[in-house]
Design a protein around this ligand. Structure first.
Ligand SMILES: Nc1nc2c(ncn2[C@@H]2O[C@H](COP(=O)(O)OP(=O)(O)OP(=O)(O)O)[C@@H](O)[C@H]2O)c(=O)[nH]1
Length: 393
């Protein structure tokens, strides 16, 4: 495993193998098996999403993490693992597999680590030299996800943004677990994505019962059924496109090259993609910022995340927008000249999305020509990182 310092040296220089963050270089047909709609929004200088993976003891969090790490699309993950116990078993299990792993042992991340410590760890992983696409924080089986979400969402670092709570449940055990530990029901209720894992262990009837129970606890979050935590990582974050066919370009070994053929599949081979659906729209004209903020803050049922690049009424610059679980992050893309025919791109990703409804919702965000809403833009501006809330920084 190479250290971040080595990676930096290998990646710097004129033959930098991957596109710089923010400059898309997509090959025709999209990137290695990724659904076209998931890459249709132009990448700009984006903050790295920090995804929390939580779930009760033994639900399959580490297994899911390893499945994410084994992704075939070349995504690079930073990992923060937290095991409750003196010997950090989870850290050992994922050690050597990620681009950067930091472990906090001896207690729950949410109790034993102060936000500054976590912030520093995240800032280290978000260093552009590491070239990460996402950071995954694996919470211990008894962690309180609310506290972790608060901690991560509250970190004022422009390089990162909260990327959602993925909650893993053991389909064979969750009913009894919720009965014994009702707080687990509360954890499921605040998840942005519920992964119903160990599907191989139960029959269709039990699976249906558990899915119904999960839907009762959390009617809006998307649900994905997995074995061995195999989920489509491109639904959670956007791996930067990386050329895989240019033999002349020196490039860094990626994790998937080490694991290809051995690890579980992620977003590959057909059926994994089918669990997620997405709706992409190109809306001509400028959008109504107030209504856009409402959609970002209260996403449609089944939505895991929303991303977009938009022009807004009342603003003379372009914004990038991201939302997961009502946590919204906006950023300036740097484009300040309103094109003669401005257009905005929005993508909603989730499971079981009512595509026609979501499309109508997004298309309905176009601003009325006579819109007179002086303060509407504040709904978007207030989600900028604090340091960039001043106009045209
Ligand atoms: N049959 C089956 N076993 C699974 C599946 N996913 C995980 N396991 C097994 O379940 C056990 C627990 O999985 P882990 O990934 O360690 O679970 P965890 O949530 O990280 O566990 P803690 O760190 O103790 O909270 C391991 O033996 C896994 O191999 C699955 O989909 N099917």
């Amino acid at each position: 495993m190479r250290c971040a310092h080595q990676q930096h040296r290998e990646l710097s220089g004129s033959a930098r193998p991957r596109t710089a963050r923010g400059v898309p270089r997509l090959r025709a047909g999209g990137h290695r098996g990724r659904p076209r709609e998931l890459v249709s929004v132009r990448r700009h200088r984006e903050a790295i999403p920090v995804v929390i993976v939580a779930g009760f003891l033994g639900a399959g969090k580490t297994t899911l993490l390893n499945a994410l790490l084994a992704n075939p699309v070349g995504a690079r993950l930073g990992v923060i693992v937290n095991d409750f116990g003196a010997i950090n078993i989870d850290a050992l299990l994922v050690a050597g597999q990620s681009a950067g792993t930091i472990s906090f042992g001896n207690g729950c991340l949410c109790c034993s680590v102060d936000a500054d410590g976590l912030g520093q760890a995240l800032a280290g992983l978000a260093d552009p030299a590491a070239g990460l696409d996402a950071i995954v924080v694996e919470a211990s089986g008894i962690a309180e996800p609310r506290a972790l979400i608060k901690m991560i969402a509250g970190i004022a670092d422009r390089a990162i943004r909260y990327g959602g709570l993925v909650y893993v449940v053991d389909v064979a055990a969750v009913t009894a677990t919720v009965r014994r530990h009702p707080e687990i029901g509360g954890h499921i209720a605040i998840a942005d994505l519920v992964v119903v894992n160990k599907a191989d262990l139960v029959d269709g009837e039990t699976l249906a019962e558990v899915l119904a129970k999960v839907a009762e606890l959390n009617p809006t979050a998307p649900r994905v059924v997995t074995s061995d935590g195999r989920i489509d990582c491109t639904a959670l974050f956007d791996p930067a496109p990386r050329p895989d066919d240019d033999a002349d370009v020196p490039r860094q070994l990626t994790l998937d090259e080490l694991l290809r053929g051995e690890g579980p599949e992620c977003g590959h081979g057909g059926h994994l993609h089918e669990q997620f659906n997405s709706v992409s729209v190109q809306v001509p004209g400028v959008l109504d910022p107030r209504r856009l903020a409402q959609v970002l803050e209260r996403p449609p049922t089944g939505c895991y995340r929303i991303k977009g690049v938009v022009w807004l009424a009342g603003a003379d610059e372009q914004f990038g927008v991201h939302a997961v679980g009502g946590f919204v992050r906006t950023e300036r893309t740097g484009s300040r000249r309103l094109p003669a025919a401005p257009g905005s791109s929005l993508v909603v990703i989730g499971t079981g999305l009512d595509e026609a409804r979501v499309r109508a919702l997004l298309e309905g965000l176009v601003a009325a020509p006579d819109l007179d809403d002086e303060f509407g833009i504040l709904g978007i501006m207030r989600h900028l990182p604090a340091a960039s809330q001043l106009p045209n920084d």
